[in-house]
Design a binder for this molecule. Sequence first.
Ligand SMILES: *Cc1c(COP(=O)(O)O)cnc(C)c1O
Length: 363
Amino acid sequence: MSFTLYLDRQQWFKHLAETDRLFSGCLPVIKGNGYGFGNSFLADAMTKLGKRSVAVGTLEEARQISSTHSFEQILILTPVWSDLRPADLAFTFTVVSFQHLEQLVARVRNAGAFPPVKVVLKCSSGMKRFGVDAGELKAAAELLRADPTVLLEGYSLHFPVETMTEDEKLRQIQTWIQLISSSGLACDKMYLSHISPALLRRLTEQYPAVSCVVRLGTSLWLAEKAYHFRSTVLAVRQIAAGERYGYKQKKAWRQGYLVSVSGGTANGVGLEAPLHTSGLKGPLKLTLFWFLNLFNFHLSPFVYAGKRLWFAEPPHMQASVLKLRRNPPKPGDEVALKNVRMTIAAFDEIVQFNERAAERDRT
Ligand SMILES: *Cc1c(COP(=O)(O)O)cnc(C)c1O
């Protein structure tokens, strides 16, 4: 039973290598559901590509990846507020406030570990999520200069994906570089996200002494041309008008077929992240779908004979039941999928093609 991602390995690896080059050696972000591929799959790919450093979301992800892969640096992006084990001191921690820095130092001492803890200091940005402000930076600088338990590896800035112009981002980076220098700390490394290769070049020219590293997730992994999705047809049943079916024992409106396919809620089918719309077209479309939803019409991501099919009822755990008027597929056939959201998808299988070509390309 398969909800399958088909991956053109040659194209995907070509994209990974090109993107890495475009950003003069990016820091790959491996986290969450592994952007649909799974974290371990992404870690394998980065090992193949010869990357020595990766970023992860959480402490648990860092522990997981370090148990199976041997990267020199694993940077944890979200603040860790939990107890540490001595082995955790191999990781680099993102520090988001002065209070956070203090508790991290305390926990390192509690862990009875000896090597200093490596930290990246997050500076606040337009995101208004995590980060020290200018005032806290002073206090942090004092602690960092005085305490041998902490080793400062660099600074971090995370920009919004939209609305900020390149010039605004540049100004914010410049402001931080000045703030850091005037607080008496050295600024030789800066981790950045959501900046363009052009802005990276401008920064490198203006600040040759600051090594700027861009963290990449979405634009690194999601090379849409390199993959597509398919799902196995599990069963096909004819149904008469008025006949009851499914978990909800709904009545069929008219005669047709019930087509069961692989892929349900456990695979991310039928789940939606809240959408943010702007303009008029988006909301109008949403309103139309909301209206249809009132009558239990839910459009599925499954495509057959060029058309998106409707769900016959809410998706099950690992399968979905679809409605079809005529000419149904056969059990064992595959149907395509459209609009699969990779950040919530979980595939039963990743089938790779052009594998040999990918190997040839790298040698
Ligand atoms: C997740 C994350 C990234 C990667 O984001 P994408 O939009 O997927 O490229 C970069 N930086 C930080 C701090 C993150 O948490």
